[in-house]
Design a protein around this ligand. Structure first.
Ligand code: FMN
Length: 263
């Protein structure tokens, strides 16, 4: 499996959102082979911009100030218009998180703004995919996603203490991990699709490459589907040959070793 790079591009005026960003980073790092970088959008160096340009995924984070992203984050978004012109961030994965003093505090608007920024860049938005917690009489404010967001991770921190809520940290870790997982799948899919165009006659061929490269079962199966769709040759592969690939993946001795890396 080839490594992936995720950059967390965030701002924090008073330190709360920075702690959420750390949890997002921890979650992303929990998937082996994930390189995570943090950049402060209020003071970006040329090297930081290069990290952003080279990333497979960018996770945007900002406190909610006056119902939207902070001024520093907005300045960063405007500066990113140079990348917008060249489509430099197109097809990278993206996600977002925000934090504010109130339970709502109009955080939804901030997440919408972050997803819109990603869309303007042609990025692929990864949602939170965590059922809302703390929404029944028997549930708890310690539940993950206690504030019930779907678009990204929403956190709430009291204005008079530097502490952030444990449940929000867990939710942030979940988002980081989810972005890492989907970035891995997307990268593998792109590599396999590129290989399909070159020499595979079906997704089964690419599945064999993935098996050789050590991908797990669900990834290899997903890639077989992608490859069949992209190549448009022969539908979804014969039942027998797919079963063979799946058996190879399970037993760890797929054919085509090394082809994925070359793709
Ligand atoms: C200029 C300003 C505007 C704010 N606007 C909001 C707001 O619209 N909604 C809200 O819930 N909290 C608001 N807050 C509170 C912050 O969102 C909250 O203190 C947050 O934890 C700050 O994150 P930070 O420590 O990363 O800067 C505002 C704070 C400041 C300084």
């Amino acid at each position: 499996m080839s490594d992936i790079s995720i950059v967390i591009a965030s701002h924090s005026g008073y330190g709360h959102t920075a702690q959420i960003a750390t949890a997002v980073a921890d979650g992303a790092r929990s998937l082996a082979g994930t390189h995570v970088h943090r950049v402060d959008v209020a003071s970006l160096s040329d090297a930081d911009w290069e990290l952003l340009d080279a990333a497979d995924a960018i996770i945007f984070g900002t406190p909610t100030y006056m119902g939207t992203a902070s001024g520093a984050f907005h300045a960063f978004a405007e500066a990113s218009s140079k990348r917008w012109m060249t489509r430099a961030w197109s097809d990278k994965l993206a996600a977002g998180f925000t934090n504010s003093g109130s339970m709502s505090g109009d955080k939804l608007h901030t997440l919408q703004y972050l997803s819109l920024l990603a869309a303007q860049h042609g990025m692929l938005w990864v949602s939170l995919n965590l059922l809302p917690g703390w929404n029944t009489t028997t549930s708890s404010p310690q539940d993950d996603n206690r504030l019930g967001f779907y678009l990204g991770a929403g956190a709430q921190s009291f204005n008079d203490t530097p502490a952030v809520h444990d449940a929000d940290l867990n939710t942030a870790r979940h988002l980081g991990r989810r972005v890492a997982e989907h970035t891995r799948i997307h990268r593998a899919g792109l590599a396999a699709a590129a290989h399909c165009h070159g020499s595979c006659s079906s997704g089964v061929c690419a599945g064999q490459c993935l098996a050789g490269a050590g991908e797990d079962m669900s990834t290899a199966t997903a890639i077989m589907n992608v490859c069949d769709d992209v190549s448009g040759r022969g539908g979804r592969g014969s039942h027998d040959s797919r079963a063979g690939v799946e058996r190879d993946v399970r037993e760890g001795h797929g054919g085509g070793r090394g082809l994925l890396r070359a793709a």
